[in-house]
Design a protein around this ligand. Sequence first.
Ligand SMILES: [Zn+2]
Length: 212
Amino acid sequence: MARILFIQNLHPTEANAIRISRMAAEMLQKQGHEIFIKKFKPEETAYGIVYRLGMMEEIPDVVAKIGDIRDTTSAGYKQRVLRWIEEIKPDLAFDFHCTPDNRLSKVVFVEGAHPEMKIIDIPAVYKKLPEKLQGIMVSGIYRCRDSDLHTQYWTRTTDWQASKKIIGLNPKRIAGQIVQRIDRMIRASAPSPLPQASVLRKIMVRRAKIIK
Ligand SMILES: [Zn+2]
């Protein structure tokens, strides 16, 4: 049985990914695998910090406070992921995300930031944040400019009901597809079983002939 690490919430706008990854985790646990779930806290991501400030304060006050949060983005992400991998020593690790590309009908596995980790992108419909927060989030993007930060992710958040209604997101089916893909990866990475005794004997006889 495999040790599997699930990473959640790097982008707090993608709550759909958390719900579906929990379902996949339960399915894998039932198959006897050990699942470890690690979740980024809001204060560990640039988005989370700006969002929280935005909920509490007015735009100029937020802008004044977000000058120093750049370091919490990509560099912090890699360190955190590597620490979790070191701590848990998983056979496989997956980082769960959503994608606004609603035309996708299947789960896409993209090579992750670490060779042992894969990113899972789940199709979702997004809704706009309240207007005041949108303004704050946009100024947040400019303050902590990073390749990972795009306007669409900062001003929107996944909509669970709309995802089900508009793109027919079937959470159980998607979780099932993820589990199938992970199953295949587990089987592919397992050492091949030893050949049967009869086959071994034949190989040894052949070798013996070659040596003669
Ligand atoms: Zn994401």
